[in-house]
Design a protein around this ligand. Sequence first.
Ligand code: GRF
Length: 217
Amino acid sequence: MTRIGVLASGSGTNLQAILDACAAGTIPAQVAVVVVNVPAAPAKERALKSGVPVVTIDHREFASRAAFDTAVLAALELHQVEIVCLAGFLRLLSPLLIEHFKNKILNIHPALLPSWPGLHAQRQALEGGARFAGVTVHLVDSGTDTGPILLQAVVPVLPSDTEEQLSMRLRVLEHRLYPEAIRLVAEGRVRIEGRRAILDGAHWPAEEAALWCPSVP
Ligand code: GRF
């Protein structure tokens, strides 16, 4: 059983999806600890309800990012974490964590990277006139949302979409995609070649690969 550490700052719906997948046995892993940097984060409740230990490390109490990350690393090591999942964790990681868990830190981002990195990705896609939006699970490197891409899923942007409506459709995809990507890493099926993640044994059924395009008469 691979031991996962989840870092969260907010509502924790992705954390919930991970907890549910572990409980259902769909991924060969268990959440060993949840670390939150926001004392009031609802993610805490979700962890506690599942009997998972929660460590609150308030970043405002630390003089530097490195000092904060040192405390996070100590919590992860204490719980013998092997894979780290960022689930709405609104802090950049320092090299300390990234090097310690090299190619073992996953992040989920509500856009089709490398387009629309950073904050408010859904709004960026809408304002940028994108025809498609999506979700990316990637490995974390030292850039902002730049690491090797593991999985992506796509939805069309509808002309009537508000930021909220698009975000809701993307959220449903996130909850399917994140556990799937964790499974690939936990099963040791990810190989890194340059900037690419090669997924051993992955196949894409034709219907999944079908493109959705608006027709213009
Ligand atoms: C998600 O949209 C995720 O893609 C982004 O932060 C949000 C976290 O939501 N990284 P939740 O806390 O998992 O509900």
